[in-house]
Every structure is written in structure tokens, then in C-alpha cells.
Design a protein around this ligand. Sequence first.
Ligand code: NAG
Ligand code: NAG
Ligand code: NAG
Ligand code: NAG
Ligand code: NAG
Ligand code: NAG
Ligand code: ZN
Length: 426
Amino acid sequence: VELNCFCWTTSIPNLPEFWHITDLHLDPSYHLAPDPTKVCYSSKGVPATNPGLYGDFLCDSPYRLIESAFTNMASLTQPEDFIIWTGDSPPHVPPDELSTDIVIQVISNMTQTIRQHFPNMTVYPAVGNHDYWPQDQMPDSTNAIYKAAAQFWKPWLQADALLTLSQGGFYSQLAKPGLRVVSVNTILYYGPDKVTRNMTDPAGQFEWLEKTLERAAQNLEKVYIIAHVPVGYLPFVRNTTAIRKSHNERLVTIFRKYSHVIAGHFYGHTHRDSIMVLQDKQGKPVNSLFVSPAVTPIKDAEQSYSNNPSFRMYLYNNKDYTMLDIWQYYLNLTEANEKQRSDWRLEYVMTEAFGLIDLQPQSLLQLGLSFMLPQTKTFHKYFNHFMVSYNNSITCDGGCKVSQVCSVLYLDQLSYSKCAKGAWEH
Ligand SMILES: *[C@@H]1O[C@H](CO)[C@@H](O)[C@H](O)[C@H]1NC(C)=O
Ligand SMILES: *[C@@H]1O[C@H](CO)[C@@H](O)[C@H](O)[C@H]1NC(C)=O
Ligand SMILES: *[C@@H]1O[C@H](CO)[C@@H](O)[C@H](O)[C@H]1NC(C)=O
Ligand SMILES: *[C@@H]1O[C@H](CO)[C@@H](O)[C@H](O)[C@H]1NC(C)=O
Ligand SMILES: *[C@@H]1O[C@H](CO)[C@@H](O)[C@H](O)[C@H]1NC(C)=O
Ligand SMILES: *[C@@H]1O[C@H](CO)[C@@H](O)[C@H](O)[C@H]1NC(C)=O
Ligand SMILES: [Zn+2]
């Protein structure tokens, strides 16, 4: 067996790579006010717990945090990369604090900030549920926000991509010969989106997606799916899909049908670090899916944990575009605030952390199945990464573990329900 994991490497291997950033959630109101309830609008009047220059776990990102992330990424970058950016730029504040104009301004600001740090790099964005006003209510037709995004993203996207983006918030584009990025607007399938609630195929996106994947197959291309809200089940709550159940079933069916074309899926939205593996109806692993943790450190006051700010790099095989590894970076927010300095560090290298040879579906299936064993060391490590090393003493057993593990392994209702009965858990 050829040992081709990147165990023990100290510098990024010389392989093709791309960055993934998500959920920046800029809060322009963040400042070190004497009154902790006034530090940021995004804490919604709850006193900030430990506010510092780089943020607070009850607030969205100060601009300084976002700039430090991009400055750090740029210093680690080799040429010929691209970036995927899976949405959610505005802060978590009540709708009357925002407006269509403000949302457009925030998206413009984030676009310019990325362009300043990466003037020559192509960025593939996907729209998030907060990239609209009122939040989540994305329509199935053209509007001021899709149009503004298409205007801002002209330096990165070609005319045909800009056209579908301005009409429905989705697009596809060839990233390099043989590799196509397909940016899916999963907000159209998101439960809180009242506009599309009763539609079987909002904006005709399912039909478009199937056609796009069919054409990619004919042209012998591989596809990376990028989107904000992930397909499949949420890891932190039982029996709950991230998008509507019916739309989830349809998406899983499409992804199974075209799994031989799709070389990876990349999502955001949950703000936490998780994986999924799509199995076909016979239980053969056919796709690897990755949910990247957020830049914003925000949590609700009643939540017992959050995530440290993060971004990541994927390494892939240049011949077949299969996924080889993740280099996950993070900022220890507590430490950064104490030292008033932002030392972004490598949190883990996925193959090394879990003893894998690569991130292909078979490898992720083995990892997911190993979580089911009563010996919990591997799962404990996975859960600590889930929180981006927020607090290694927080554990996830019993029902918490069942939800996590079933969401990794099962994406459709039938297979998930069997798992969620938890008969494997003792
Ligand atoms: C983005 O917003 C930040 C914080 O409000 C501000 O300091 C910065 O100048 C803005 N940048 C651009 C390019 O608009
Ligand atoms: C960007 O590309 C231009 C033209 O190819 C080049 O002159 C410039 O040095 C590049 N900038 C960076 C930061 O790589
Ligand atoms: C969707 O259907 C439900 C029940 O059939 C109905 O009550 C609701 O008004 C519909 N919503 C929209 C936005 O059409
Ligand atoms: C983050 O920094 C804090 C304060 O310096 C420290 O207590 C904690 O252990 C650090 N966390 C990690 C994962 O290194
Ligand atoms: C980490 O979690 C443990 C267990 O829940 C808790 O007792 C401890 O106070 C937490 N540490 C910090 C720094 O929040
Ligand atoms: C999960 O929810 C579905 C309805 O959405 C229900 O039919 C099923 O019984 C539930 N399964 C479990 C294990 O709770
Ligand atoms: Zn978000």
C-alpha cells in the first residue's frame, strides 16, 4: 500500500489547493464600549462576555477580525489558487436594523475587502440566507440583491454565470479545464424562506442543476458543488434537515444520480466544522461533503459552546479532482484578545488527525463508522474540531453523539431514521 498521507508535514504540500471562507457576518457596530450591552448590535442587548480587539463570542465579526483573516490567508497563499466563499456577510440583527441597501453595502464591502487582499484570484461565491433583506426571504426571480451581486462579482464570473446569478442566485463556471464549480442557491429550499415554500422547483434550479451536471458528464468534467445551507441533516439536533425535507430528498436523488461527476461538496451555514458522506441506495460511499466553520465567533447566549474564527484550505488531486486533505486554520479568540495580536494557526490536518490516506468517500465512510465504536477518542477529537477548539472539556455523548454521527453517515430520511433510533449506541 502506497502511503500517500501528508502525515507529519510542516509546510503545505505542493499540491493544487483552494481556500474556503464562509459566514463572515460583519458587524460594523462592534466597538469596545464601556457598557457591555452596547459592544455590538448582534448580541441583541445581551452583555458581551469578554470583548476585545478581535471580537466576542456573543458578537458577529468586527472588521478587524475579517481583515486579519484575509491578511493571514494571503501570506499563506501560493499562486494559481482560487477561493470559494459560501455566503452570509451581514450581521445577525433584527430586520429593522437592516435594509436592502445595507445588505447590498455589506456584500459590496466584503467583496472589495477580498479583492484588496487577493487582487488576482478568482473567487466563487454562493449566496447565504443572510445575504437578503428580510433575511431568508430569497425570491425565485430577479431582484435588487441578485443584480447587485452580479455587478460586484463581475471580476470573477463570466457573462453566462452572471446572467443566472442575477435571475436566480445560482451559476456554474469552468474553474480550469475539466473542473466546473456549480454554485447552488440552497436558500430557495430553506424552511424559513416563505416565498418558495410551496414550490416544487423554485427558479427552475433543480432542472438547471440536472442539465448542468448532465452536460458536465458529457464533457468529461468534474464538478465541485458549493452552496450555503448544506444538504443532509443538522449535526446538533435530531431528525432535522438543514433545508426542507422534500427538497432535501430531491437534492439527494440528484446528487446520487450524478455522484460520478461530483468530486466534492462544500457548504457553510452551521458555523461549525463537520463532514458528511453520501452513500448510494446500496450503501456504497459515492461523495464526500464538507461543512466549513465560520469566521464569525457568534453564539446565542443560551448555547453552551461556539466556534473560534476559522478558514481552511483544501488540497486536491490535479488529475481527477478528488479530495486529498484539509488544512484547517483558526484564531484562538480568547488569546488574540488577551495579547491584542492575531496569530492565526493551523488547527489540524485532516488526514493526520484521523489517520486517513485521503478524503475520498471510502475514507470518510470508514471514519464515520469508527465514530460508532464505544471507544470515543476519535469522536471526541472530531467533536473538538466541530467547535474549532472552543473548549476541549466539552463532551458529546448519548443523544448528542447519535445526532452527530447519523448526520455524518446518512443524508436521506429512510437511512437517517434507522440510524437515529440509536440502536448502535451503548
Ligand atoms: C468596510 O467596512 C468597514 C467597517 O465598517 C470599514 O472600516 C471599511 O472602510 C469598509 N471598506 C470598504 C471597502 O467599504
Ligand atoms: C496581479 O497581476 C498583475 C498582472 O498580471 C501583476 O502585475 C501583479 O503584480 C499581480 N499582483 C499580485 C499581488 O500578484
Ligand atoms: C402554502 O400552502 C399552504 C397549505 O397548502 C397554505 O396555507 C399557504 O398559504 C401556502 N403559502 C404560500 C406562500 O402560497
Ligand atoms: C486559547 O487561549 C486560551 C487563553 O490563552 C487558553 O486558555 C486556551 O487553552 C487556548 N485554546 C487552545 C485550543 O489552544
Ligand atoms: C470548558 O468546559 C468545561 C466543561 O463544560 C467548563 O467547566 C469550563 O469552565 C469551560 N472552560 C472555559 C474556559 O469556558
Ligand atoms: C423524523 O421525522 C419524520 C417526519 O419529518 C418522522 O416521520 C420520523 O418518524 C422521525 N424519526 C425519528 C427517528 O424521530
Ligand atoms: Zn451564518
